[in-house]
Design a binder for this molecule. Structure first.
Ligand SMILES: *Cc1c(COP(=O)(O)O)cnc(C)c1O
Length: 352
């Protein structure tokens, strides 16, 4: 691969293909696949990733917010898109761009039906989210009668799927809890299907659910982190390849003398002569400030260079005392674990 001459995130689509094939090898052939591409496809590039996944044949995409779905539609992606966390203020964009809302409360159900009726929609696809233990978003099982009664009075919407989200599928110590969630979801699905009179698609497994709980696959699975190259243990990670490599270059090297300091608030004080390399990447680019003072590192010419002092907004300084390198050389940061996925630029909207 080409050497970086500025900060860039290299995305390896072959790794994505590998991860997709590995994860789908765990499924029955009829099980559908929803790819979660929220938050810039976990900090990479949702358009590039979704286009590749569409060619691989994914059945669905999911985003957190409607504007993320709009970005995919603007890029001419025609696969159905589930919006996991819509608010009533987003319904206009959702309907205009053929996005499909997750409906997770009585309020969002009433508001969406009213909106769909005002827009003269029929059978607009909605997805019912049930809370089975995460206590984040979702109806409770006691809401089923209310939901079915609301739906019986309108033909503006139709339940395309019903789903839930596992709280701890990666942690086998919590297996009993997870099996309880799966069983709870099964019961809710049965009651809902019986009362609705038709069967929506059912789904509750995330990546770790795919790997650890075949009984949670139902009609469709939702995978995010696995596609980007991280499973839930070392064994699984052998089959998955991180899709992203964040590269940057050394812009300047300083010879720091004993008792001099580096960076804001004198975050690093040299106890011996130290060579410091400045890199054009900082917390605005997703290098957390908590990586400062030696906790985070980059790789330069095959060796680890730890962060000196505090992470600046657009720069970090790293220790290259024992590394043979010069200005212009490449530095590589690679996400080491799912917790270490970096590079999370956020859309910036000015407040008016
Ligand atoms: C983010 C998310 C996922 C993806 O989970 P992974 O563990 O990354 O596979 C699935 N479902 C919901 C509801 C989510 O919010």
């Amino acid at each position: 691969m080409a050497k970086a001459t500025e900060t860039l995130l290299e995305i390896d689509l072959n790794a994505l293909d590998n991860n997709y094939r590995y994860l789908t090898s765990k499924l029955k052939s009829e099980t559908k696949v929803l790819a979660v591409v929220k938050a810039f496809a976990y900090g990479s590039d949702s358009v590039v990733i979704s286009k590749e996944l569409a060619t691989l044949g994914v059945d669905y995409f999911a985003v957190a917010y409607s504007n993320e779905g709009e970005t995919l539609r603007n890029a001419k992606i025609e696969t159905p898109i589930l919006v996991l966390h819509p608010l009533p203020g987003n319904f206009e964009v959702i309907v205009n761009r053929c996005l499909e809302p997750s409906i997770y409360s009585r309020k969002t159900l009433e508001a969406f039906i009213a909106f769909a009726e005002a827009r003269k929609q029929t059978n607009y696809p909605i997805h019912l989210k049930f809370n089975t233990g995460l206590n984040r978003l979702g109806f409770g099982e006691n809401d089923i009668s209310f939901i079915v009664e609301m739906l019986s009075k309108t033909n503006s919407v139709k339940v395309k799927s019903a789903f839930s989200h596992l709280a701890a599928s990666e942690d086998l110590k919590l297996k009993e809890f997870t099996l309880g969630q799966i069983e709870g979801f099964r019961k809710i699905s049965e009651e809902l299907t019986a009362k609705l009179g038709y069967k929506p698609l059912l789904h509750c497994a995330n990546t770790s659910g795919i790997i650890n709980y075949p009984e949670a696959h139902f009609d469709m699975v939702r995978t995010g982190i696995g596609l980007y190259g991280f499973g839930n243990d070392k064994e699984e990670n052998k089959h998955l390849k991180p899709i992203g490599t964040l590269k940057t270059v050394i812009s300047q090297i300083h010879e720091v003398q004993k008792s001099e300091s580096v960076g804001y608030n004198r975050g690093f004080i040299a106890d011996k002569a130290t060579r410091s390399a400045t890199l054009p990447i900082g917390h605005a680019d997703g290098i957390p400030r908590s990586y400062g003072k030696g906790k985070g590192w980059v790789t330069i010419n095959g060796k680890k260079a730890h962060i000196l002092g505090n992470v600046c907004m657009d720069m970090i300084m790293v220790d290259v005392t024992n590394i043979d390198c010069e200005e212009g050389d490449e530095a590589i940061t690679r996400a080491e674990s799912s917790a270490g996925v970096m590079w999370m630029p956020r859309p910036k909207t000015p407040l008016s």
